[in-house]
Design a protein around this ligand. Sequence first.
Ligand SMILES: [Zn+2]
Length: 284
Amino acid sequence: MLRVVNEVRRYEMFHPNDRLLLAVSGGKDSFVLFDVISRIHKPSKLGVITVSEGIEGYNRDEDVVWVLKSCRELGVDCVKTSFKEAVGHDLKDLVERSIKSNLNVSPCTFCGMIRRRIVNRYARELGYDKVLTAHNLDDEVQTAFINMLRGDLNRLLQSHPKGPRLSDLFVRRVKPLRKVYEWECAVYAYLRGFKFQEVECPYILSRPTLRAKIREYLYRLEGVKPGTLLGFLDFVDELIVKYVSNAGIPPLPICRFCGEPTAHNRTICKTCELLSKVGALDEG
Ligand SMILES: [Zn+2]
């Protein structure tokens, strides 16, 4: 438990005076992050956002009640929003539309893209300095692996807390738990007696993705040689910080629909492209 707190404390990615926005889901890791950060950062410099995706049988208000109650007690600003409120459609609706349009888009793709956009916009508009997410070491290594396999350098850099800032419109995202194993988070949560979301997202069960396969493979490696995941992430950090951060990558262009940053050589962002393909793009 102490290692988790120390790991976050020695994490030099935010300053005591930074205004931090924590993105909290119903999962155990975000409870752990909230618990640690609320002990070491001034409540007046802290905000919390929870985004309900609108997944039947999965999003339950009671999962975030503890966080909302703690925010009130500590005097931390807290906002609750949803996909429906922010983009006009909940995830269930988008997935149904995607199936009807014969689009081969995984629910997780929609979910991740829209969630990131909502949180980033909110942080930017309210003047937060950093967005904190509760991704742990296991998540981070899987993501780095996937981005490398796909040859997606932009994503690799964007998801890295020390990567170059590719757009002024992105609020820097930091992940204080990124060197903490998932099992360590689970032990912390257990020792603190947290009740957390135990139902796995139904879309993960219905649709095995590349991530699930990579996760299984990485666990096998870690089982044979403990420390493999940590060593790999240290290597990615060194690579990015030493060799890529100063490589002079030009800033990202702006999507002509939503005004958010999009990848190089694109005029419409992936989110708007997909929303448009399923007939859910609000062009107003
Ligand atoms: Zn767009």
